[in-house]
Design a protein around this ligand. Structure first.
Ligand code: PFF
Length: 435
């Protein structure tokens, strides 16, 4: 819809918050967070994580909402409205969002496949599944689901799907938590997950893990929250962002209370990454009574989380095509669907018999590192620098409720602290990769 003829809007603040929670709560919460906690000092990890979320992630989220709401447009046009030459920076952010989506959708499609396999009572071995070309079909189906949602619009598509899926997700999660905590391995699982090892806090990699996870989990730094903010009228941005951040964190913590008690009950070792979700957990479910139902519920929950996150990333380039290039929503979604399918193909093929890789690293893992880790930090750096330094100070103040000392402290945070922490995380991540 063109400017001036009435921009699309959320139906209410609650709708906006639910959609943002839908974006934030994703694969990152349900399977990535628990493992990172277990591997980085257990309960002690919550200290750097809380600092990352509230001191750095949350201010960036508020900034994105503020830019979006005040300019009433998406990343590219918003940046261009501050300075012409910022267009390149805007394009970079949009490109990174599309690239992250391209591989995120591949994992989303595996989750969909597993939800279906458990529902029909026939879970397949992961290597056999990914070695076939069946994942390509699921990749296409997941892409279509995202496409149809975004094509239906902000209110009828994105908001609607979050209103339906997020409550379902929470109900399944709570049920699984109660179930997992009553199993025999619950105490051991929780001990692995949360026993604090404070000595780990002196390890800088624990801190960079916390920063990376916090930004990824909150969906900040990729223009998603900026775009969602552009469909928003009124409301207290700090309050709304806090609700989103707290919900995101609670769901992540609860997911660990499902995973580790179950893994330890089955007497298995907690694995990392892809193996945890697609090899260890299915093995756990196969050993349990009612394992098929539990597996189906777990993967359905994960799919609900992943789909609403994928939708939010898809909206970034779509909104750009609408706002900056005058496309209709229908045309924009069709184009972006094609682009994402093409971009995602190498990742989708990387675990098939074709084993598409680069320098021996599967394309999917490479994308996760290049786009999901490095790209996300770079895009976050771009948004914080552009918002902090090029956005009019009084405009920021207008958005965050005045220009008192709190707001001034906030501006310092966003101008100096957030970019500094992102820069340090970027350098540390590169050094770690080289070392
Ligand atoms: N927050 C999502 C998750 O935790 O899985 C992933 C994500 C979505 C990251 C959207 C970035 C983004 F812009």
């Amino acid at each position: 819809m063109a400017e001036g003829t009435g921009r699309e809007q959320w139906s209410s603040t609650a709708g906006f918050i639910l959609a943002s929670i839908g974006s934030a709560v994703g694969i990152g919460n349900i399977w990535r967070f628990p493992y990172i906690v277990g591997a980085n000092g257990g309960g002690a990890f919550l200290i750097p994580y809380l600092i990352s979320v509230f001191l750095f992630g949350l201010p960036l989220m508020v900034l994105e909402f503020a830019i979006g709401r005040s300019t009433k447009t998406s990343v590219l046009t918003a940046f261009r409205s501050m300075r012409d030459r910022l267009s390149v920076a805007g394009l970079a952010v949009v490109a990174i969002a599309a690239l992250v989506l391209s591989y995120y959708l591949v994992i989303t499609s595996w989750v969909l496949a597993y939800a279906l396999f458990f529902t029909v009572g026939q879970p397949t071995d992961f290597a056999a599944f990914t070695g076939s070309y069946i994942p390509l079909i699921f990749f296409f189906i997941s892409g279509v689901a995202v496409f149809l949602t975004v094509r239906s619009g902000v209110k009828e598509g994105i908001e609607m799907i979050s209103r339906i899926l997020i409550p379902i997700l929470v109900v399944i999660l709570l049920f699984l938590v109660v179930f997992a905590l009553t199993q025999t391995g619950a105490a051991d699982g929780i001990a692995f997950y949360l026993s604090p090892d404070y000595s780990r806090l002196s390890d800088p990699t624990v801190w960079t893990a916390a920063f990376g996870q916090a930004f990824f989990s909150l969906s900040v730094g990729m223009g998603v929250m900026l775009t969602y903010g552009s469909y928003l009228e009124g409301g207290n941005l700090f309050r709304n962002a806090s609700v989103i951040a707290v919900a995101d964190m609670l769901i992540a913590i609860l997911a660990g209370l499902v995973i580790f008690p179950l893994v330890f009950t089955a007497g298995l070792d907690p694995a990392s990454g892809v193996n945890l979700a697609f090899i260890t957990l299915p093995a756990v479910f196969l050993e349990m009574r009612f394992g098929m139902i539990l597996g189906a519920l777990f993967f359905a929950m994960l799919f609900a989380a992943a789909l609403t996150s994928a939708v939010s990333m898809f909206e970034v380039p779509v909104a750009t095509m609408i706002d900056s290039f005058g496309y209709t929503r229908k045309r924009a979604t069709r184009l972006i669907f094609g682009v994402i399918m093409l971009l995602g193909l190498p990742s989708a093929l990387s675990y098939t018999a074709l084993e598409l890789d680069l320098f021996g690293v599967p394309f999917l893992d490479l994308s996760d590192y290049l786009f999901g880790t490095l790209g996300l930090i770079i895009a976050g750096l771009i948004i914080s620098v552009v918002g902090g330094w090029y956005m009019d100070r009084t405009r920021i103040c207008d958005e965050i409720g005045g220009c008192g000392w709190q707001q001034r402290a906030y501006v310092v945070l966003i101008r100096y602290c957030v970019p500094a922490i992102l820069l340090i995380t970027l350098i540390a991540t590169l050094v770690q990769a080289g070392g």
